[in-house]
Ligand binder design. Structure first.
Ligand code: PMP
Length: 421
């Protein structure tokens, strides 16, 4: 899907063009001015905007079907339950999972990883054991493991990355050993854009009987993900980065692993019977969904999957790749610009620095031009330490972005340089 850097294409291959003008009409938020300029939204790695279909699905649910699920015998409760469980099947299909019960609805990637750390991790990781992560992880795929290792007397091992921001597979393989209990790594880096070779990594880990958790927060909006093809044991992502609502996300887990894991939180719905002497737990996935879930969120996420499937994830990926190629060429040609993250396999993210201008100043000046980018450490402080920098400016692309918007970014960067000249 993503060509090496020296083959970056600025136009999608034939048959892969999206009708971006039509698509933009489906996203109400895009049609506004910011500081008197048309909004150019390039902060999609933080969160993406929502199409009318998703907004309508949520409104329709509250207008017609809202009720608590799984417990009611009345019509509204049955409709709400059906819609919620249909969203689970949509997530199953989106990820290529074998069963709907392998899909657990959570708040987002962060909660999914904490769930695995606190259940699978707490029962499988003991004193002297090791958990492997990589330098390019988001804090949400570092801190839960650090907490677990601290509690258990286990060790967090970190696989290094190269100057281009690629995982060093040789060093990674050397870290895999008899004490390794889990590998937890990102599919796509939010700070660098690097796409990791997950299938190969899973094969290396499985050769040693080590399970693998993949943080897919930055992958599912851009790449076709098939968890059975990847072979991973857990896969986590957030709805809000894939055109769905905030507050909902997915944890995929292989059914035998989920069945053996203790519950995460206790409460309603996760039990099959309760007495003061003994509680027995519900079956998977309900065992992991204590309390009233985000029903509207799940339904909105189901609508987001339908939207993405309707356009075709391959076409979306090809369009974003063309935007990234154009942006990479144009931005790197600006004097004083340094790109952070130049791996041949990248998705949707352009992190950069301009001379010694602080990224926050870059972001503030671009905001005055109506251009929304993110600045800071992107919740990936170890990446910043690896490159010896405090922060970057990051533009990130989505299916509704245009080449004209990339050109606006390039003009904005020229303006930043003028201000600091
Ligand atoms: N992992 C990655 C790679 C991310 O980019 C993010 C969000 N920036 C997260 C995890 C955390 O996602 P959330 O805040 O939605 O839980």
């Amino acid at each position: 899907m993503t060509a090496p850097a020296n083959q970056l294409r600025a136009t999608p291959p034939a048959g892969h063009a999206l009708n971006v003008e039509k698509i933009r009409a489906e996203f109400p938020i895009l049609h506004q001015q910011v500081h008197g300029k048309p909004l150019v939204y390039l902060d999609n790695a933080a969160t993406s905007q929502k199409p009318r279909d998703v907004i309508d699905a949520i409104s329709r649910y509250y207008e017609r079907d809202n009720a608590n699920i799984h417990r009611g015998v009345h019509a509204l409760s049955e409709r709400a339950t059906e819609a919620y469980e249909a969203a689970r099947c949509a997530a199953q299909n989106f990820l290529g999972a074998a069963l709907p019960s392998e899909i657990i609805f959570v708040r987002g990637t962060t909660e999914a990883i904490n769930l695995v750390a606190q259940t699978f991790g707490r029962t499988r990781v003991g004193a002297g054991d090791e958990v492997i992560v990589t330098t390019m992880e988001h804090h949400s795929n570092i801190v839960p493991w650090q907490m677990l290792c601290g509690e258990k007397g286990a060790k967090l091992r970190v696989a290094p990355i190269s100057d281009r921001g690629e995982l060093d597979l040789e060093e990674f393989q050397k870290l895999l050993g008899p004490k390794t209990r889990l590998v937890a790594l990102t599919h796509v880096s939010n700070a660098l854009g690097t796409i990791n070779p997950i299938r190969e990594i899973v094969r290396m880990a499985h050769d040693r009987n080590v399970p693998v958790l993949v943080d897919g927060a930055q992958a599912v909006p851009h790449l076709k993900v098939d968890v059975r093809d990847l072979g991973c044991d857990f896969y986590a992502f957030s709805g809000h980065k894939v055109y769905g609502p905030t507050g909902i996300g997915v944890l995929y887990g292989k059914s035998d692993l989920l069945a053996a894991m203790p519950p995460y939180q206790g409460g309603g719905d996760m039990i099959s019977s309760v007495t003061f002497e003994k509680t027995t737990y519900n079956k998977v996935p309900f065992k992991f969904e204590a309390g009233t879930p985000d029903v509207a969120g799940a339904i909105g996420l189901g609508a987001a999957f339908a939207y993405v499937n309707g356009l075709g994830i391959e076409k979306i990926g090809a369009h974003e790749h063309a935007l990234l190629a154009h942006a990479t060429e144009a931005v790197s040609a600006i004097p004083g610009v340094r790109l952070i993250g130049t791996a041949p396999q990248k998705a949707g993210v352009l992190s950069f620095l301009i001379d010694d201008i602080h990224p926050h100043d870059i972001g503030t000046i671009l905001d005055q031009e109506g251009i929304a980018i993110r600045t800071g450490h992107h919740c990936s402080e170890p990446v910043m330490h690896r490159f010896g920098i405090p922060a970057t400016a990051r533009a990130s692309f989505a299916l509704y972005n245009t080449f004209q918007e990339v050109d606006a970014l390039v003009r904005g960067i020229a303006k930043v340089r003028e201000v600091f000249a």
